[in-house]
Design a protein. Structure first.
Length: 152
């Protein structure tokens, strides 16, 4: 494998291009590693009821949900507010976030388990007692995304 780094001061943001004769497992792993590294540095601005601004690491966010026209940001132990709408978040969040209900977007990296009940599926998260229901219409795509990620 050959690695080349070109410094171009006129670029607005970093760009990584992988050239390969075939898309093999090593290339996929490298791509996922780079994506994971890029995600770790991303932050999300939110605030509490008193108006204090917080800059949360995206990796710490379990899920976003709407509640009476407010969008709540859930971490393992706290709940914050954001002024963004759910559809706006869906457009800008990285691929490890996925809409799982009309009123919720979750962080796929934080899923500990899926618990099936007679009427729905319940998501349980790492290091938290919080849970989130997955809408039936989103379950199949959630399961597919989780299975794809498990292969990598």
């Amino acid at each position: 494998m050959k690695i080349t780094i070109e410094v171009q001061p006129d670029l607005q943001e970093k760009e990584i291009i992988i050239r390969t004769p075939e898309l093999d497992q090593q290339t996929k792993n490298l791509s996922h590693l780079l994506e994971d590294q890029a995600k770790q540095k991303q932050h999300f601005k939110s605030f509490d009821q008193a108006g204090t601004e917080y800059y949360l690491k995206l990796a710490e966010i379990l899920f976003f949900e709407t509640d009476e026209r407010k969008v709540l940001v859930h971490t393992a132990h706290q709940i914050y507010l954001t002024d963004k709408k759910l559809y706006q978040l869906a457009e800008v969040l990285p691929p490890n976030f996925m809409r799982v209900a009309k009123s919720a977007i979750l962080n796929l990296d934080q899923i500990f388990s899926l618990k099936h009940t007679f009427t729905n599926t319940l998501v349980q998260f790492y290091n938290s007692q919080k849970q989130l229901y997955v809408s039936r219409s989103y379950y199949k795509s959630l399961k597919q995304r989780l299975d794809e990620r498990r292969l990598h």
